[in-house]
Design a protein around this ligand. Sequence first.
Ligand code: AMP
Length: 405
Amino acid sequence: MLAVRFIVSYTLRKNNSPQRSLNSRPRFQGRRNYVNPGLRIDINRFVNRAQSVTSEDLYSPIHQFSDFAIDPILKRNIEYKKYISPTPIQDQVIPHVLDGKDVIGIANTGTGKTAAFLIPLMNTLVRNKSDKVLIMVPTRELAQQIQSELFSFNNNLYIKSAVCIGGANIRAQMRDLRNNPSFVIGTPGRLKDLIERKVLYLGNFKTVVLDEADRMLDMGFIHDVKEILSLMPTPRQTLLFSATLSPKIEQLTKQFQTNPVKVSVKTRETLEHVAQDIVHVAHQGQKIDVLHNLLTQPDFEKVLIFGETKHGVQELSNALNVRGHKSTAIHGNKNQNARQKALQQFKRNEIRILVATDVAARGLDIPHVSHVINFDIPASYDDYVHRIGRTGRAGNPGKALTFVR
Ligand code: AMP
């Protein structure tokens, strides 16, 4: 199934071999009695033969972009971006957002949900210049990615936006806010800080988007999110996007939304065109040798490697560089400029290997990642799905390998 199998056949577990117990603890310095929750995931769930996308899987949209009642300049910008027809989430969400309704969008990343809210909301702002939109997201990179998508639709529209995220210069953000932007895109902690400093006033924000809401709650932002929402005026339009609809998310929607329309385009739990397999290593120390062998294979063109800790991720990237595999790392110990630089280098194919913590697992759109490698097992199956979702995007084939001991 995988081209690498014959090279590292001694390390790869055959699909039909008996399942191995995963009770051994990972090497981890610092916390005693630490047990990686990922060890409880059945390793068979990391193995999946890729299926080709058949015509039955192809979605026929009800609308074309030309059907939507949106500004002609915005339509032209969509065309210029070469979006031919709406993705399922866009097809089903855009009409409701244009109608001013609250929406719950259940969709994985990579489904085109950014444009599902940006296109209709930009249209609202073209029609009503004094309106304002707040977009709350869990990670800094996602905020920046949303703003760059906004820029790509903004030719001749001149809609102003500001990104307010932690780890970046707050004074520059305060200056941006004084410039009266129509879109404010930020992470909850920094937004709260700016509200407390009285440079961000939410009284005239009539629309709010919670993107990757499940991730925001997982990251402990629930109190900040609730506090910020409670400062917003009513009536308002509240759009919530999440990969899952957990009880906590349902509670949030009950508290802050009014008669929301629910749209779900979630299909299978993993992307079916991602070939998944495990790489069996005898001990922790062998992992780097096995990884080195894999990275020398020609089909490992653009590789995203996930590790568990910030420190471990940096160490692994350093070790790969020493072995001649030019790589960069992205994790919470790096400042935002360094994180953004690493991500851009990887996106632009200036560097072939990116080593990351789960900070890079969600929301990010990185084209043409040939392989995702889980150097460390993820903490939950949900995290696994998000990690491997970075490859095999937009119908392209992808491969995911998980190291297990
Ligand atoms: P997202 O889920 O918003 O991160 O989008 C995933 C990727 O799909 C991005 O690269 C988008 O530019 C792309 N995309 C979104 N909508 C469309 C569309 N209607 N047609 C083609 N590509 C799209």
